[in-house]
Design a protein around this ligand. Structure first.
Ligand code: NAD
Length: 459
């Protein structure tokens, strides 16, 4: 089937290549000429496991191509997928200018009927706006060509996007038109062989489903971060609590990891957008507002621990930072907790020596050259002469470091762990002061021994 995808970001590029991989003839359109030229030459603009091979293979085999020529894109596919960005505007609502621009482009250039599929995350009612824009543009051309607008939200996870698109757990199709339904079922048939993953619904429910999914996941994280804050104040260990509640199948282990706050291009903006949607509908979203507040505060927790440890004296200090991306297996730093931390450290006069397995170029792009940021070639290199190590992303490469080396390279043996990667007792045995999330401070070994009788009698 001939399919056009507008937008070659995390969603458009991955979904476009996966659709090509199963045999569809896919043309991806982007307005970013440098990106398109790079893609044609096999240069992948983002890091996503498995993506490079998939793009190169399908491009070489002629099922996947890239263009900036929107007319060619509109001409190519009976199905036109919109996968452009929907960033928040100043009041938190999803900015639909890119989506509606594509709708206008399709209507302005179509010469045959088209089915427009919104894959971008868009607020309830957007399909109606896309429809209205297209009707207006077609009307201006004196055309009454048939088109339909279908909602088909994307649930991929960055860092596992290719695998998620190759093996989706659900395929939500929002349409009331049987012909569009049939067409979309045909597109996704190769992903639907084991059992039927299609969940068919009306357009508005499909649009809301995507926001509800992301907001539910964000809620789990913020809830757990709230419990972590409580655990610290009550002398409990949130990691024990996490295991204790995760074992309950009604709760489960997913998305209950406490940490330095959620980031990325989706959760923060989608929570904001749904809050905006709710208020516009005259309904106060108490839970969502609390989820957002908790997360904003959580992104400052590690900085507060650092400031307290150093008695507020941070000017001139150097911090080794492991992890820049908002989560592992991606180079995406949008809304990353590492950025909030670095910016707070800089404002306090400290310097940062950072390492990330994939996001170094992105950090360089965002911050450029500045005297208080040194991007280091290895995780070991950034420890040199640092006052402390701070871990902000749970990359595999950070999970089992040589703690003796960490202790010996740091000026003072102290580790701030925004992802609860390490065992507090082991850190104490290594003589490292260790601050995590919701686990209290485990003092270095000597102090731990001195404190042991009191601790055991308290237990
Ligand atoms: N990133 C994720 O993990 C994820 C997951 C599910 C859903 N989504 C949603 O998918 C949408 C896209 O997200 P993303 O992360 O891929 O965005 P992105 O910013 O990585 O990519 C968007 C792309 O669209 C291009 N673009 C903008 N206007 C265009 C136009 N008129 N014609 C053609 N191309 C145009 C941009 O140049 C860019 O390459 C958003 O609505 C997002 O909320 C994202």
């Amino acid at each position: 089937m001939k399919i056009t995808v507008f937008g070659t970001g995390y969603v458009g590029l991955v979904q476009g290549s996966v659709l090509a991989e199963v045999g569809h003839d896919v043309l991806c359109v982007d307005i970013d000429a440098a990106k398109v030229a790079g893609l044609k030459a096999g240069k992948i603009p983002i890091y996503e496991p498995g993506l490079e091979d998939l793009v190169r293979k399908n491009h070489a085999e002629g099922r996947l191509d890239f263009t900036t020529d929107s007319a060619q894109g509109v001409h190519h596919g009976r199905i036109q997928i919109i996968a452009v960005g929907t960033p928040p505007d100043e009041d938190g609502a999803a900015d639909l200018q890119y989506v509606l621009a594509v709708a206008g482009t399709i209507a302005g250039q179509m010469t045959e009927p088209r089915v427009v599929v919104t894959k971008s995350t868009v607020p309830v009612g957007t399909a109606d706006k896309v429809r209205a824009r297209m009707t207006e543009v077609l009307g201006g051309r004196g055309s009454d060509l048939h088109f339909d607008v279908v909602s088909n939200p994307e649930f991929l996870k960055e860092g596992a996007a290719v695998a998620d698109c190759l093996r989706p757990d659900r395929i939500v199709i929002g349409t009331s038109d049987p012909a569009s339904e049939e067409l979309l079922r045909e597109v996704y048939a190769p992903f639907n062989r084991n059992h039927d993953k299609v969940i068919l619904m009306d357009v508005r429910s499909a649009e809301l489903t995507k926001y509800a999914a992301n907001c539910m996941l964000a809620t789990k994280i913020s809830f757990m971060n709230e419990i972590a804050g409580l655990a610290e104040r009550l002398g409990a260990d949130v990691e024990m609590v996490r295991q204790g509640i995760g074992a309950d199948q009604r709760i489960g282990y997913h998305f209950i990891y406490p940490g330095a706050g959620y980031g990325g291009s989706c959760f923060p903006k989608d929570v904001k957008a749904l809050i905006h949607t709710a208020r516009a509908a005259g309904f106060e979203p108490d839970v969502l507002a609390a989820v957002e507040d908790r997360n904003n505060d959580q992104k400052e927790v590690i900085f507060r621990k650092i400031r307290a440890h150093f008695g507020g004296e941070l000017a001139g200090r150097v911090f080794a930072l492991w992890g820049l991306s908002f989560k592992p297996n991606t180079d995406d730093m949008r809304e990353a907790a590492s950025r909030v931390l670095m910016e707070a450290l800089w404002a306090a006069g400290a310097r940062v020596q950072a390492y990330d397995p994939e996001a170094m170029e992105e950090a360089q792009r965002i911050y450029g050259d500045r005297p208080d940021l040194m991007l280091c070639g290895t995780k070991e290199a950034c420890l040199r002469e640092a006052d402390a190590l701070v871990v902000m992303t749970e990359w595999q490469a950070f999970r089992a470091p040589d703690f003796e080396m960490v202790r010996d390279r740091l000026k003072t043996p102290v580790v701030f762990d925004g992802r609860n990667l390490y065992d507090p007792a082991r850190m104490a045995r290594n003589g490292i002061a260790y601050y995590a999330i919701g686990r209290g401070l485990v003092p270095p070994a000597a102090e731990a021994e001195a404190a042991a009788p009191a601790a055991s009698s308290a237990a």
